[in-house]
Design a protein around this ligand. Sequence first.
Ligand code: HAM
Length: 425
Amino acid sequence: MTKTSSFSAPKGIPDYVPPGSAEFVAVRDGLVNAARLAGYGHIELPVFEDTALFARGVGESTDVVAKEMYTFPDRGDRSVTLRPEGTAGVMRAVIEHGLDRGQLPVKVSYAGPFFRYERPQAGRYRQLQQVGVEAIGIDDPALDAEVIAVADAGFRALGLTGFRLELTSLGDSTCRPQYRELLQEFLFALPLDEETKRRAQLNPLRVLDDKREEVRALTANAPLMIDHLSESAKEHFDQVLGYLDALGVPYVVNPRMVRGLDYYTKTTFEFVHDGLGAQSGIGGGGRYDGLMQELGGQPLSGIGFGLGVDRTMLALAAEGKSAGDSSRCEVFGVPLGEAARQHMVVLAARLRAEGIRVDLAYGGRGVKGSMKAADRSGAKFTLVLGDRDLFEGSIGLKDMATGEQRQVALADVLAEIRTAVAAAD
Ligand code: HAM
């Protein structure tokens, strides 16, 4: 038997522990709030679903489905998969609950963990956190612009500035098949290796995304979708760009952009941050015309995004910024003596009832140990109460920023703390 002396989190799966977890919460909530401001309702979905849902929805030829899914039989021998992304699950739920038969567009947002068995590295995890939105049922360029602008606003509200938005159009069902043939004709004429030829057969667009220098050189003059858009796809894309201009959302058109999921049509975009190294995509999304029908629903179009919370945290750190307040509490209570402790416990509960974050020194650590704990807590104010103070009806209030301490009447302490905390904000 092997002896296990300690456990660690599974490979490539991050923990979010205090104080850093405050940054995680602030980033996630900041991005969710941007969606809420645009009227997206919360949707909470299962963390695992039928394997076939993702195989069909995301696409069998994608790396995500072919190589990265956590798929296993459950105890009833059904094949289930930990969700690798959110869009397919949203479609399933929208169809199942008939939301697509109500008011359109259906606008939902979600936040949570997704699972991809990728090679872990900086910014690439096997459990990743996303905030996503989907707007389903209306094919309007203004909606594309809204989705993009919501992501842009979410990043900016967190203080992030060093990112760029890249977008393109992947065409629609009228121009995409013709373009695919054109691209394949071009690729088949190139001296490509067998593996790449196979990829050209299966998913020619992906060859344009090949990172190898020699393949890049060979495909430098490849035909691009953006030059072969149907009239209506071109008109749609031009209108999206027009709205983005009007909204003041900066962008660059990148006609060689290739996304890792198969369902995209028309507007497709990615937010890229240069401070992150290889894993530079902090978010991405696009329109998906055929997905809902593919999953058994009505032929409705949709558009959405998934923003990477982990990578957004790294991007903020790369910019030397922080979105979260890592202090656990605003006020820290130091009781010195048994009677003082009893009083302090109740006082802390009353302050908390007013919405003030309060922590206490536990375990009778003495003045020195307790004041050290107060320091470490990051609290703005410390309340110091000895049995004697209690007898005299006063309490010490220390401003941790200035180090100043004064005695205030116990009867006034709630009001004093309220004012002090408000003034310190
Ligand atoms: P995605 O581009 O595969 O799109 O993922 C969205 C974002 O999730 C990425 O831009 C990245 O920030 C983050 N992400 C992806 N994989 C990892 C990883 N292994 N580690 C850390 N972060 C990661 C989707 O998932 C689509 N469902 C987005 C969408 C919604 N399209 C339309 N609607």
